[in-house]
Design a protein around this ligand. Structure first.
Ligand SMILES: [Zn+2]
Length: 362
């Protein structure tokens, strides 16, 4: 019994020692693991750091250490529509991946923002001043556009309509003119339009004047034609008259010229020297000969107190007392007496008083 007890005691002792031994070993191992892990973590912490890799459409654009901050910055950047910015569009939003990265690697927000800006399309809103629907100049604000229009219109004739308007212009490039340049552009347009208007007006006035002159000429021609027509059937107190010579009228009855001291008592008809002269109507020759300023003169009495004179003749073919009719050639045109060139001076007298032959002839 005692032996058994003694054995039990010994075994217990051995077991205790064995447990003790292995417990010691386990603690030792645990210590080693802990130390090892600590070293590994320390090394990792020295060499690496946690950070967010930022990618856009799969492309890495950089690393950041604060997600909230970068998201706020991006939001503010997109929301910023100061100046002429209408809106911004990023081709694709960034994605974030938490990673351990080399401690030396930069984690700068600025790099991310630059990459975002590069991938952003900014649309600008500006204002164009239009003329007849065509953009003439682009300025930053509506007020500027209105000021320019008011300035250009201030001294503009109401007849010249530049058809000015303002339209909003959206563009991905900000191209605006200074107010000074814009005003200049519109002023040039105004000058061109005013010139166009003035030219058109002048042309219209000219066309009007030409038309007026044409009408006046036509009316004159019509009156001459009607006068000529009277000549063909001309009559004086029922007496039929015909023209003594054809030619151009060089001086009218009643006119005054430097070569005459008194009013012209007849009608001068210019024609070639030697042209035959016929009486205006049938009658009797009461004079055929030279008479002072008349030169060679034929006077015919037509009865009823009507007489006709044919002066400055070159030759006389009739004599006093001879009866003649409109078929008789009584003389030839000349330039005798007070005359400066071949012409017939035709004088018609009623009761001895010269009357205007053009009341009856030519
Ligand atoms: Zn005359």
């Amino acid at each position: 019994m005692t032996i058994f007890l003694e054995l039990k005691r010994r075994v217990n002792y051995i077991l205790k020692d064995w447990v003790k031994f292995y417990t010691k070993e386990a603690i030792k191992t645990l210590k080693l693991i802990t130390i090892g892990s600590t070293i590994v973590i320390a090394v990792v912490c020295i060499k690496y750091k946690p950070a967010y890799k930022v990618t856009i459409s799969g492309e890495t654009i950089g690393y950041i250490d604060n997600l909230e901050r970068i998201e706020r910055k991006i939001e503010n950047y997109i929301k910023d529509t100061s100046g002429n910015i209408a809106f911004k569009e990023i081709e694709s939003l960034p994605e974030y991946h938490l990673e351990l990265i080399d401690r030396d690697k930069e984690t700068r927000d600025k790099n991310i923002m630059l990459a975002i800006e590069e991938r952003t399309t900014t649309t600008y809103k500006t204002y164009a001043v239009t003329s007849a629907g065509e953009n003439k100049t682009v300025v930053e604000s509506k007020e500027e556009a209105e000021n320019i229009i008011n300035e250009v219109k201030s001294d503009l004739k109401p007849e010249v309509d530049l058809q000015l308007g303002i339209v909003e212009v959206y563009s991905t490039e900000l191209n605006v003119n200074s107010q000074e340049d814009a005003t200049k552009a519109l002023t040039e347009l105004k000058i061109a339009k005013v010139n166009e208007y003035e030219t058109k007006k002048a042309e219209e006035e000219k066309a009007l004047a030409i038309e007026k002159a044409r009408k006046a000429k036509l009316s004159l021609e019509q009156s001459i034609a009607s006068t000529t027509k009277v000549a063909a059937t001309g009559n004086l107190n029922g007496m039929a008259l015909s023209i003594p010579v054809t030619g151009s009228i060089s001086s009218r009855f009643g006119s005054r010229s430097s070569s005459r001291s008194s009013l012209h008592t007849g009608l001068d008809i210019s024609t070639a020297l030697g042209t035959g002269v016929r009486p205006i109507s049938a009658g009797t020759v009461t004079y055929a000969g030279y008479k002072g300023t008349y030169g060679n003169l034929v006077i015919i009495d037509h009865g009823n107190g009507v007489e006709s004179y044919y002066a400055h003749c070159n030759a006389l073919y009739v004599s006093q007392g001879q009866t003649v009719d409109t078929g008789t050639t009584i003389a030839a045109v000349g330039s005798t007496g007070n005359s400066t060139g071949p012409h017939l001076h035709l004088e018609i007298r009623i009761g001895g008083t010269p009357v205007n032959p053009q009341n009856y002839l030519y």
